[in-house]
Design a protein around this ligand. Sequence first.
Ligand code: KMH
Ligand code: ZN
Length: 275
Amino acid sequence: MGATTLITVAPTGAESAKADVPALPVTLEELVQTAKECEAAGAAVIHVHIRDDDAQPTLDLSRLKDTVRALRESTGLIVQLSTGGAVTDPYEDRLRVLDAEPDMCSLTCGTVNFGDDVFMNPWPFMVDLYQRTQEREVVPEFELFDLGHVAALNRLLDKHGLPYGGRVHCDLVMGVPGGMPGDARSLVAAVEALPEGATWSATGIGRTSLPVLLAALSADGHLRVGMEDTVTFARRQPVTANVQLVERAAQAAHLAQRPPMAPADARALLGIKLR
Ligand code: KMH
Ligand code: ZN
């Protein structure tokens, strides 16, 4: 088999309101339907934020457990729960996400200005979350919003060893107002600073989505797309469903001669525990 592209879909996030973005999947039924469509279109990993009955972001543990179970029953996708949540979520709730026993979780490697807000990830919280992923045998995906986060990741690995699964997998989250810009030269700078042997995907927020996708493919990276990161497909054209973004990413991956990676191959690459 030749080289392939791991596609992660991040369908919901914590920032858009259902009232503003009706296509956003916020119920469990909508999420499962989205997951099935995106898997069929080439996604291998789903990065999950959930909502409550009022479509507000929540880290409610029983809902998270139900979500993990439903996604496992209906798809072969690797289930990655967000530990970032919303900027207002307390650290204890973010740590408790691991009790839902996901395959993977996000782990952001530093604090960052996040538009008008601040997304808090102080060093002691990072270390606590990282050690819990190691104990619980959950594969972390290191979210890197800035070049300083790459330095913090290297420090984390130096002090606390390799993640469960043995593979360091990162996601460059680019173009957040307050983080690194979503452009090719920032991407190259971040990739050059990654730990030896790390695998990585990249995503660009808002209008940086396409430039980052193209830069990532040309630098041999993997892709993350989804309505968490952009709700606009093209100028004046809202995204109508997450699968639109996955289909476009899959087409670009085919064009780059690195077609989408199957979930089973992604499980082997990342060292996901059989649950
Ligand atoms: N919603 C952002 C504050 C993650 O999922 O780990 C954090 C975020 C990162 O989306
Ligand atoms: Zn997220």
